[in-house]
Write a protein that binds this ligand. Sequence first.
Ligand code: BES
Ligand code: MN
Ligand code: ZN
Length: 466
Amino acid sequence: MVDKALDGAITQLIAAGEIKGKSGELTLVHSLGKIPAKRVVVAGLGKQAQFNVDSIRRVSAEASRFARSKAARRVATIVHGGGVGGVEPDRAAQAITEGAILGLYRFRRHMSKEPDNGDIQELLIVERDEAKRAQLEKGRDVGSVVAEAVVFARDMINEPANFMTPSIMADIARNLASECGMELTVLERPQMKEMGMGGLLGVSQGSHQDPKFIVLSYKGDAGSPKTVGLIGKGITFDSGGISLKPSEDMGEMKGDMAGGATVMAVMRAVGRLKPKINVTAVIPATENLPGGSALKPGDVIKAMNGKTIEIISTDAEGRLILADALSYAVKNGLSPAVDVATLTGAVRVALGDVTVGVFSNNDELSKKVMVAAAEVGERMWQMPMFEEYKEQYKSDVADVKNTGGRYGGAITAAQFVGEFAGDTPWVHLDIAGTSLSKKEKGYVVKGATGVTVRTLVNLIVNLEAE
Ligand code: BES
Ligand code: MN
Ligand code: ZN
């Protein structure tokens, strides 16, 4: 249609071999007054056999960024994939919306200069068939809720540690709770002591920032006693503590609260989508610093469930705060429990920056998580959990020790955390490799990715449908 209005300009470019339709290919065509839009971007969708909803998300991101680089302010798009792609209109509109919002994302909060080419103000999805309208609008609305949740997580993760302390995380949770009508409890040090949260208290000892134990509850099904638990690691800065990390790239550790940001973002989406299901997020938040009263290698602490832990490395702090958070979740009957954490460098070694590590004590639950991830195009892979690994974190002086040696580090860390899940069906997502991106690719941009937000929102929606 656009081609016809442009007197076959696109057909000619195809004939001339200038447009091949390859995935990622973007061509700018000037309309020279033939249609109201000054310029047309032709985006290659790649081979049909490889085309899926995620391709739409990617193309939407790349084409939107391309338009922005040409200083566009208003963009209109057809429903990619709606034709030969055979994707349902609502799913296509959702993917277009998510792709555009995520692909255009940038973190400019601390930059005084305006961006060179400005920002796109409006994206219009154009469709002639009136019958598809309602479905397209529904997809657009869900897509913006989901994408804005990912943006919310990215913003928190990208924020420098001096702007994202445990207290600030608690303030953000307070705003979330009042905006979306959720319940909020924030436990302070005295209450943590009362409850025996030796893990979180221990890690926080070396810092001047007060730790916060944040509990956010959404009640979508008041009649049901069941509540899903989402637990997120909230280390707002991980220096390693007394087991100090090398200074190179230590700044990346401002993002060690990505798990916490992720579950808060999921709660935001859930609070807006309002599924009929109960969900509670638990976020233990603290800095890990080497102050004068910091935890030391050799110290023994006691977690909330009574298990004692010998500290081998103060840099293996994530599992200590998760131990308390998971004990709390189990004690409060949250089930199933899913935790998200930038837990180990070892998962990066194993799966790179592409794939999230999945660990579980329950095959039925892990399958549901894997399905939810595949449906939204997030790469995940399940890792083994065998008895034999337990040997590696046995202690001579306490019930367990907090490291399991170099080999299988992501697995021993996961199994350590699993010790505090008891019989509750539990899944652990290690996002240490995938939480930050060094490059721009499709709807992922440099910096925080917000990975697992979309999977977990989808998981909640799928669990509601059960
Ligand atoms: N936050 C780190 C893990 C991490 C590494 C996240 C790289 C993102 C990128 C975690 O607290 C940590 O320091 N883990 C140690 C554990 C070790 C001491 C057993 C690690 O992976 O080196
Ligand atoms: Mn650490
Ligand atoms: Zn950490």
